[in-house]
Design a protein around this ligand. Sequence first.
Ligand code: MBD
Ligand code: FE
Length: 281
Amino acid sequence: MTTMQDSPTAAGSGASASSNFKAAALTSAGASPERVSTVVTAVLQGVHAAIRANAVTYPEFQAAKAWLMEVGEVGEWPLFMDVFVEHVVEEVAADAQHGTKGSILGPYYLPDQTRLAAECELPHRPDEKGEPLVLSGQVRDLDGTPLAGADVEIWHADADGYYSGFAPHIPLGNLRGVVETDAEGKFSIRTVQPAPYQIPTDGPTGKLIEAAGWHPWRPAHLHLMVRADGHRTVTTQLYFAGGDWLDSDVAEATKPELILNPADDGTGTRRASYDFELEPA
Ligand code: MBD
Ligand code: FE
């Protein structure tokens, strides 16, 4: 049995996500007053329309305020926004993009991870649970030119569905790394199969999901961010054919082009390959 201090909580994961996110993002939008007014007016009109259409009552309005306060107090805004809103921001961005399909960044990215050679194993605990998994592939330009020295950054949950940096029982940097492609643009990354991710049920996001009768699951996934000089960075996720929740991701972030089909190589290791195509910056 784990102690309170050792067990991952909504508050623990949310607080780390909040401080990491704020440092990077607070000043970067640079929106004009006209832009702020246009977008915020549209958001408020959407809320007003929902109140009118559903005859929202005073008790419901006060419950909503209390819930919003709790989301902020426990630091779950990054979690809530990335689960319920980010997929539409990504959809809009994707309209103008070519090459490998993107997907949402999510709340659990951390910068400055271990750099690894093209053929590597992700940092892991000596007793890391989970089926061995190898992801290999090539990074190329849209015209097929291999991109040597590109960065394939990868991070994913462990076999219990928890991310390092957001769960106190996992060492920092676990199952995260930045892999540099070889002279042929190729890489091969050994890791373990991640479990599906469950939104923490003890926080306000989880309580809302329960109150609405929804399910709190994302399908098992790998997060990737692929960078090469002179090219637009691709942020995406890869999923697993046949996995649970693939057709009902709570974050609505799956795409048919992003599903791996790993095969056992006869030694108990499952191998999948995926090639990334990057457009010019
Ligand atoms: C995740 O692991 C994730 O990838 C997203 C997008 C939201 C919540 C948890
Ligand atoms: Fe994730």
